[in-house]
Design a protein around this ligand. Sequence first.
Ligand SMILES: Cc1cc2nc3c(=O)[nH]c(=O)nc-3n(C[C@H](O)[C@H](O)[C@H](O)COP(=O)(O)OP(=O)(O)OC[C@H]3O[C@@H](n4cnc5c(N)ncnc54)[C@H](O)[C@@H]3O)c2cc1C
Ligand code: FES
Length: 377
Amino acid sequence: MSMAGNGLGPNGALPAPFAPAEALWDCEADDTLVCRAVRQETHDVKTFVLAPSTPGRFRFQPGQFMTYAFEIGGETLYRCYTISSPPTRPDRLSFTVKRVPGGPVSNWLHDNLRPGMRIRAVGPMGEFTSTAHPAPKYLFLSGGSGITPLMSMARTFGDLGGGEDVVFVHSARTPADIIFREELEAMARVDEAFRFVPIVERVGPLAPSSGLRGYLTRAILDLVAPDFREREVFVCGPAPYMAAVRALLAEAGFDMRRHHDESFDFSALAVEEKAEAMEAETQLEAEAAVKTYRVEFTKTRRTIEVPADMTVLEAAKRAGMRLPSSCAKGLCGTCKSKKVSGTLEMAHQGGIRQREIDAGMVLLCCSKPTSDLVIER
Ligand SMILES: Cc1cc2nc3c(=O)[nH]c(=O)nc-3n(C[C@H](O)[C@H](O)[C@H](O)COP(=O)(O)OP(=O)(O)OC[C@H]3O[C@@H](n4cnc5c(N)ncnc54)[C@H](O)[C@@H]3O)c2cc1C
Ligand code: FES
């Protein structure tokens, strides 16, 4: 058969659009992603499929997240979303969003993001990944939209066929709220090393359930994964769920070095760290009078005094200002703002790119002033 006859190009190459891109997507070079598809997963959850705007492939670890910038109502809002697709399918990148009542971004995404539209993204980021903790057996525990990082990990194991034994226990309100239900059930049918155990709080009117009811308890854990102490455990879900799982495992004598969890609400986790930082600060303040700088915010027309040893975000919060923030440690990009003038010291963890820094952007949560400042906020 001729090349033309079988549809292949010279040397058997696949024609576009099936030819895999060679280049890796790099947010430093081009941060624009194009929405290619939108999928309704449940009544209040959608998946958005993205592609690079120029040919490229995504490289990330299963469980990592991206920070997206959304232009909504004349403002730029930053939010983090876990990559729900696996790195084994590198031509596309998906994220899966649950509507949060009253939430500006999750509702905007559900109502507005359509194929063909472009969004800006930074990443990938995060250390919550099975790749960092290779093990023969895993236990995945998720609640609600916390299923997304574990889904990426499960899809990766499924695609690579490495034979890892995975028990995936997912808690949802009703059977109709189980995200990725059909896919997880199909994965369990074809792979005997993979078990999917949904637990629902109550049976709803929309979908039947033959699974477990109630909350995750020690009795359920003993039933579905009696060998849980031999497993590497990954947990993601609402803060109360994660706290309950932590207590349950610790009480059961689980080696907590093999327990890994991630919160979608950084502020809950940051409370402890903040308390420690404030204690150290009080000590410092007692030891010496710290120099302070004037920081002016142009949009809100506020000017505050910021001690040299305090971040601009922390000082603004103490002054009663409400600035956007999430992780408070230079990771997610939510507090990104334009510095109009002045100097500061920024200790970020990847939430901002070099070219943004070059363009005068700063992360207020991890920046301490070294002169008076003017910030566009
Ligand atoms: C690392 C990371 C990964 C994330 N991955 C995902 C993901 O894969 N899918 C996803 O849907 N969301 C994810 N989130 C949450 C997401 O960033 C947004 O916070 C969420 O979509 C709400 O944004 P919003 O602007 O609509 O509401 P916001 O104004 O940001 O939030 C409104 C309120 O709802 C709470 N809230 C936030 N998210 C949820 C939720 N999922 N369920 C219930 N309450 C919530 C917030 O704490 C806040 O009190 C992730 C967050 C982080 C930090
Ligand atoms: S709040 Fe996350 S980078 Fe500042």
